[in-house]
Design a protein around this ligand. Sequence first.
Ligand code: SF4
Length: 415
Amino acid sequence: METKNRIITRTVRIGKNLLMGGGNPIVVQTMCNTHTSDVEATVAQIRELSEAGAELVRITVPGLQDVPKVKEIMDILRSEGNFVPVVADIHFSADTAIAVAPLVEKVRINPGNFHKNYETARELFVKFIAVCKQHDTAIRIGVNYGSLGAQITEKFGNTPLGMAMAALDWIKMCEQEDFHNYVVSLKASNTVTMSRAYSSLVNLLKESDMEIPPMHVGVTEAGGGDTGRIKSCVGIATVLSEGIGDTIRVSLTEPPVNEIPVARYLAHAEKGDPMLDAAITWGPKLLKGEIDRIPEDAGVSQYLDDEIMQAARRRFYKPDYIACPGCGRTMYNLQETFEQVKARTSHLKDIVIAVMGCIVNGPGEMADADWGYVGEGGGKVSIYKKGQPILRHVPDYEAIDKLLELITQHTEEDL
Ligand code: SF4
């Protein structure tokens, strides 16, 4: 991978020993897919992930009722000498973010989701920052494509620049509050969108003469198997090749331990895996417009050529799948369902199909999908078309049939 000199970001300390940014080695991280309320399973998975090389592990904290469970998890881990920093993943609830901040080393939030009213969200963010300051807790400002909020989309649209402007807003607030212990991510499942968003933010910060915070880089909802690995490598390697990136997560719809070797490969530039090497070599050149196709004499098989071209959004030879990795909010067998959806739709062309683990974040984060299969919990599924629910509360045993029926019906109507 051709890499520009790494952009030197501010150093942030996560917990006692982990330094991120400032030219420190790229930190590999992942996320549990256990229910945080299941303390035993979550502790076991954190152990497994840290032993496999995760330097930071995230767990979901859906609400205030889960906060005492986080304390139990932390107490067990620390009592057995496992000091891997833990990140609490919060969506929407500022109260939960504030309650959990004293217990963990880092909290991931999207402050824009704290409240529909932008001013109220800002007030809640200031309160949250004050707690993090008091307890020396780091935060990640996690901006995701598809959940930017009207304040941003009305001015900049759902665009890479919109993502960068959203992050810049919260960065400025942190600086105003004299809080510097933060990391930023700008994730999308579309490799073009996510790579441009990171470059835009770095340019905006440079133009404003501001210090650059550590950047957490990832392609969200990349799916699984070869496709998920290739898509992640294409997107992440492109951002790294611009000198941007202090920590990475490869999101796969697979057991999270499978993410770590791919993330380590990207972080440490090991060589030797032909598939990952091809994605890392050619993906950035395609995404940055330096080439239009992989050279014929590059020794890349037709299969890899097809996969890399699709991951770089240059040529589509099969449906584009968006699938979240699943987390403690997932209430059904996401991996198995995703495999079934792929098996039954692989013949379709020019279509984007999303399979998402939960109704809380799924709809926002599959913004580009033509069709969405979204788990509601309780054995029920919602089916979305172009971001709108068109069928709710479908029993899961018939949801894939319904999805296919609807795709066929709407395709015929569109003809
Ligand atoms: S969309 Fe998937 S990964 Fe994101 S919160 Fe929901 S279940 Fe978890």
